[in-house]
Write a protein that binds this ligand. Structure first.
Ligand SMILES: [Mg+2]
Length: 163
């Protein structure tokens, strides 16, 4: 099973913040869909071929997160989409209870500290980090978790691991 974050993992939220800082107008769908990382679709297509459950777990406010997710057209790849305004731990507890038989549970995220905390609580998870410009390269390196610049690189790592 793969549990995947949305903001700054599949979607360039960092760039969106720049756009929103410049104008307060409502963003149209085309603009939002253009912020999906260019290799996100091929990454998700690859994960589909692995035939494991895919869960999108996104922290934030329901209507804004839904708007972004719907604009990018990636909902169809996921078995479940969970948007939570309360942090991810409670949602993860439910997911892991629901899918208790899943042997390998991958957790794909961009935030280093959030992922560390989550791993302390759920040590069974296999973390993989997508590097976000929010954090220094060194912070990712010192986290000792596998981390990647692009989803294409991450895909190669996952391919090797699940062989
Ligand atoms: Mg994120």
């Amino acid at each position: 099973m793969f549990i995947i974050d949305f903001d700054d993992t599949l979607f360039d939220t960092h760039a969106l913040k720049g756009v929103l800082a410049k104008s307060s107008r409502d963003l149209i769908e085309a603009e939002l869909s253009g912020l999906l990382f260019s290799d996100a679709l091929s990454f998700l297509q690859y994960l589909k071929t692995v035939k494991q459950k895919l869960i999108l777990l996104s922290f934030g406010e329901l209507s804004f997160q839904s708007k972004k997710i719907n604009a990018t057209g990636i909902a169809k790849f996921f078995d479940e989409i969970i948007i939570t305004p309360d942090g991810k731990e409670l949602a993860l507890e439910k997911i892991l209870k629901q899918f208790v038989d899943e042997k390998d549970v991958w957790f794909i995220n961009d935030k280093i500290e959030e992922t560390k905390k989550i791993l302390e609580r759920f040590p069974k998870l296999k973390p993989v980090l997508k590097k976000s410009p929010q954090f220094a390269h060194e912070e990712y390196c010192s986290s000792k978790m596998p981390c990647f610049e692009t989803l294409t690189q991450m895909q190669k790592y996952v391919e090797q691991q699940i062989k």
